[in-house]
Design a protein around this ligand. Structure first.
Ligand SMILES: [Zn+2]
Length: 234
């Protein structure tokens, strides 16, 4: 014999598990949206990093150009001075200065060339990063939209599921409902079938007393291992 509350309890459990499923799906939505937003942020950060790199390299290049300009002024001054001196040792000293300055200018010009190469590379990276975002942004935005649409439809479904759940609680009698709620607060599913003499919730053997209670269906039997309600599956 089946316990009189069993059928309504099974319906209640079915509605309850539907509600729980929807709640779990709904709970996952913000994380799904955040994951897409994180991808967008990562792609934007790559653009920013490349832009900053270009700027920094260009600043360095300007500094070197200034240094080259100053060194060239110095060189011109030495050359003018050299053309005016009469004494040999002064001429030679200035010649030495000229040589040193020319060498320094050579080093700076090499550095400038290196920087120009690096600027080109950084500009390529910038364009590449911009391309990646440009290519992906429509997809990212579509994904966020679809997550949000899913959220809206899940919210509507959940409202319906909650109404169905409330309706399913009504035919269940008060004591059975109390037992159900107490178990539901701890674990799902609340009601499980006894197969052989095993609880299909925890897969352990129930005592012969529980088995006989479930079989008779006179009272609501609970598994003596996991505490779920067990019903005898004929
Ligand atoms: Zn059990």
């Amino acid at each position: 014999m089946r316990h009189p509350a069993l059928d309504s309890l099974l319906i209640l459990q079915d509605r309850d598990s539907k509600r729980l499923g929807l709640e779990a799906q709904l709970k996952a939505v913000p994380g799904d949206v955040a994951a897409v937003e994180k991808k967008i942020a990562t792609e934007k950060a790559a653009i920013d990093a490349a832009r900053t790199e270009v700027k920094e390299l260009e600043t360095k290049k300007k500094l070197i150009e200034t240094e080259i300009g100053l060194a060239e002024q110095k060189l011109a001054k030495y050359k003018t001075q050299q053309s005016l001196v009469r004494k040999n040792d002064e001429f030679q000293a200035l010649g030495h200065e000229i040589e040193t300055t020319e060498q320094a200018i050579g080093v700076l010009e090499e550095q400038e060339l290196g920087l120009m190469y690096n600027i080109d590379e950084a500009k390529k990276r910038f364009a590449e990063a911009e391309g990646v975002l440009k290519q992906n942004i429509a997809g990212h935005e579509a994904r966020i939209r679809s997550h949000k649409e899913r959220e809206t439809s899940l919210t509507a479904e959940l409202a319906e599921a909650k109404a169905a759940l409330a309706a399913a609680r009504e035919p269940v009698g008060e004591p059975a409902l109390r037992v159900y709620d107490r178990i539901a607060a701890r674990q799902q599913p609340v009601l499980v079938a006894l197969r052989g003499n095993k609880c299909s919730g925890c897969h352990l053997k129930v005592s012969s007393e529980v088995e006989s209670d479930a079989r008779k269906g006179e009272k609501l039997a609970t598994c003596d291992q996991c505490g779920r309600m067990v019903w005898f599956d004929y």
